[in-house]
Ligand binder design. Structure first.
Ligand SMILES: C[S@@+](CC[C@H](N)C(=O)[O-])C[C@H]1O[C@@H](n2cnc3c(N)ncnc32)[C@H](O)[C@@H]1O
Length: 267
């Protein structure tokens, strides 16, 4: 998990312009530190703002219905790489839920939001010592896996014998376009976030260089994070499912249009 364990912060000093109330319209130049950070290390608290317009409630309905269509009596659910718990928030009325994430700050936020048990562990190899009727891994978190077979195997080992696994895939190699810029701009509770993400590529790994400008009354901070996510093909996913003794079904739409990989333990 090198991206989370790298502790070095790269500080790049750059110039920026800030207006302060006392300036009465006169501009003053200040130095801001631009910090290059491991994934979500300093931006966990900005995550919900960055995805303020994501339809977690609607996606949770899709997930619930997909599980119930296959296992009407499903009662328990594990959300792997649950982030801040926004799917769990909508699912824990329907299922007895638990969550899991690698990032301790997300674990704390998700547990606080939902009141459910959230484990801090890597999806690539975890053992909670119990099974669930449904295991889900949403919003393309699987792309962060450094061991697809290990991750799918860990999820499969936590499935009841008639359970349902739903994995929302990351983009496939033919869907990834390097050199694009994606912009989000949201404001809440006195904080405005402007995030520009540039896509890049390194072999079969997609690179997302994310520049966050975070403005509050205290000033403007510039944080840079580089995310690396594997571009698995459908046959990579299928091989990992079959290696874990799971059936493999691909739903083209899934919760948000990126599709869904659905598996059940082979009898
Ligand atoms: C795109 S976010 C999705 C979070 C959440 N599922 C959602 O829908 O908002 C990706 C998540 O994967 C987590 N993650 C990355 N690598 C992981 C790993 N090896 N094991 C567990 N979680 C991981 C991150 O901490 C982050 O919460």
């Amino acid at each position: 998990m090198p991206d989370y364990q790298e502790s070095t912060l790269q500080l790049i000093t750059h110039r920026s312009i800030r207006l302060t109330p006392g300036d009465q319209g006169h501009r003053r130049e200040v130095n801001l530190a631009c910090k290059t950070l491991p994934m979500y290390d300093r931006t966990a608290s900005l995550y919900d703002l960055a995805y303020a317009d994501k339809d977690y409630a609607g996606e949770a309905v899709w997930v619930r219905d997909a599980i119930r269509a296959r296992l009407p009596g499903a009662r328990s659910l594990l959300d792997v790489a649950c982030g801040t718990g926004k799917h769990l928030e909508h699912l824990h009325g329907d299922f007895a839920c638990q969550g899991l994430d690698l990032n301790p700050e997300f674990v704390t936020i998700a547990a606080g939001r939902t009141g459910v048990n959230v484990h801090c562990a890597s999806m690539d190899g975890f053992d909670l010592g119990r099974e669930f009727d449904a295991v889900v891994c949403l919003f393309s978190s699987i792309g962060y896996s450094e061991d697809l077979t290990g991750a799918v195997g860990s999820m499969a080992r936590h499935l009841a014998s008639d359970g349902v696994l739903i994995v929302e895939p990351w983009l496939r190699p033919d869907q990834w376009v390097p050199g694009l810029v994606h912009v989000v701009d949201h404001e809440a509770d006195g904080t405005r976030l402007l995030r520009m993400t540039q896509s890049g590529i390194d072999g079969h790994t997609s690179i997302l260089e994310m520049h966050h400008l975070v403005a509050s009354r205290g000033g403007i901070e510039h944080l840079v994070e580089t995310h690396r996510m594997s571009l698995f093909s459908l046959s990579d996913y299928e091989s990992a499912f079959l290696a874990s003794n799971l059936t493999f079904e691909f739903d083209e739409h899934g919760p948000m249009g990126r599709g869904a990989l659905i598996g059940r333990p082979l009898k």
